[in-house]
Design a protein. Structure first.
Length: 214
């Protein structure tokens, strides 16, 4: 099986990118990150990539007239690396339907909640406001509908008395760094796919999200 080519999209510090870099280096992912692309210049995630010898690119969304123009330029940049997988790792952009369709079945995202709960932003504070007992993170395939693609793997974390959004976010992030490399490893080993709107692992349709308990 050939080594898969991975492009990672970031907007910030890149801690999930680092987890994926580490997993690739350790041989846990049968793939190589060929580029890290940020829509924000000078974020620390780009430095993480450079330190790992990964090519970096910045495509500032502020330099484009609209979302469609930016997405077209981003698509062309990504395609220049001929990726097998496109991985969103804290990429804070809502993508157009044409862009998502172009990478259908090979674009993954990690979201800081137990989807379908708390789509969008401010997930940790919303969980605290609702006084839920369990929170967590989800890896899913990307579709045109925000945070609504087929769910693959979730990590559950307890919500504890005295938690703030920052404390809860830090606890969730630890689990994100476990489940994202796991899922990308499955994908690059050709064990994971997306068909008919569902995630399939080892030939079995996932009727419920797989769970990793903290």
């Amino acid at each position: 099986m050939s080594t898969k080519r991975i492009v990672v999209l970031i907007s910030g510090s890149g801690s999930n990118l680092q987890a994926l870099i580490d997993a690739c280096t350790a041989g846990a992912i049968q793939g190589s990150i060929v580029a890290a692309i940020s829509n924000r210049p000078q974020v620390y995630g780009l430095e993480r990539a450079r330190l790992a010898g990964i090519e970096t690119q910045t495509l500032d969304h502020k330099n484009f007239a609209d979302r469609a123009e930016f997405d077209q330029a981003l698509m062309e940049l990504i395609d220049s690396y001929q990726p097998d997988a496109v991985v969103l790792a804290g990429f804070m952009r809502i993508l157009t339907a044409n862009f998502v369709q172009h990478y259908s079945g090979k674009m993954l995202n990690i979201h800081p909640s137990l989807l379908p709960a708390y789509k969008g932003v401010h997930t940790h504070q919303r969980a605290l406001d609702d006084q839920v007992k369990l929170h967590g993170a989800t890896v899913h395939f990307v579709t045109a509908e925000l945070d609504a693609g087929a769910v693959i793997l979730q990590a559950e974390v307890p919500v504890l008395e005295g938690d703030t959004a920052e404390i809860l976010a830090a606890r969730v992030l630890i689990e994100e760094h476990k489940i994202y490399p796991q899922v990308l490893g499955w994908f690059c080993a050709e064990r994971l796919s997306c068909k008919d709107g569902y995630a399939w692992l080892d030939g079995q349709r996932l009727l419920e999200p797989l769970k990793l308990k903290a």
